[in-house]
Design a binder for this molecule. Structure first.
Ligand SMILES: [Zn+2]
Length: 201
């Protein structure tokens, strides 16, 4: 196999990239300067090796703690629970939320054999216990798995004396956060509905 064929093969392994797109990107690579090709591969390696997950919330960061956890101006008593770290910039861009986050690392899925102990749910419960949390907002997708996960997490937080809410239905049923625009996301957060409320003692 030639080097070019190998490159096309690699591109085809990327999400959303088929044969045609893989060829188009390869054609572009062959046209750029050697120096730019080196920068591109360096950027891939660097992002891969420097990026880690925040020890507290699971967001992506280059340090022990992420920018949001390190920011004292964030509301420390609210935690917004998301499926993936990539959901955080979407909610941040909408600008309707000032609290902290918690990344689950996926959703419960019997089909794909993802069980509760593979998600960062215990870590969330620990945080609520130790951080003086007053509200947890469940911002998982409006898919069946997202709803099931939200209900499960709410169940785990029951009786802890905090408000547990679910983002409102601005997000179309069956859609994940990545498909929603900023206005929809901020409406969904502002219009969140309480699943369990109680005063923390
Ligand atoms: Zn963090």
């Amino acid at each position: 196999m030639t080097a070019l064929a190998r490159l096309i093969q690699r591109f085809k392994q990327l999400p959303g990239i088929g044969e045609k797109s893989a060829q188009r990107i390869a054609r572009y690579i062959l046209r750029i300067e050697h120096e730019d090709a080196a920068r591109l591969s360096e950027a891939i390696l660097e992002a891969r090796s420097r990026t880690r997950t925040c020890r507290r919330c699971g967001n992506l960061t280059e340090d022990e703690f992420c920018e949001i956890c390190k920011d004292p101006s964030r509301v420390q008593t609210e935690i917004c629970v998301v499926e993936e770290a990539f959901d955080i910039p979407l909610i941040e861009r909408a600008g309707a939320y000032q609290g902290l986050y918690h990344v689950l690392g996926g959703v419960l899925s019997p089909m794909e054999d993802v069980s509760a102990d593979e998600l960062r749910i215990t870590e969330l419960v620990e945080r609520v216990k130790n951080e003086g949390t007053k509200e947890v907002i469940l911002a998982t997708s409006a898919t069946t798995e997202g709803e099931t996960t939200a209900l499960y997490v709410a169940g785990q937080l029951k009786g802890m004396g905090i408000r547990v809410s679910r983002i409102a239905r601005g997000i179309p049923v069956g859609a994940d956060l990545g498909l929603a625009d900023e206005v929809t996301i901020s409406k969904a957060i502002r219009g969140r509905e309480s699943l369990d409320s109680g005063e923390r003692t």
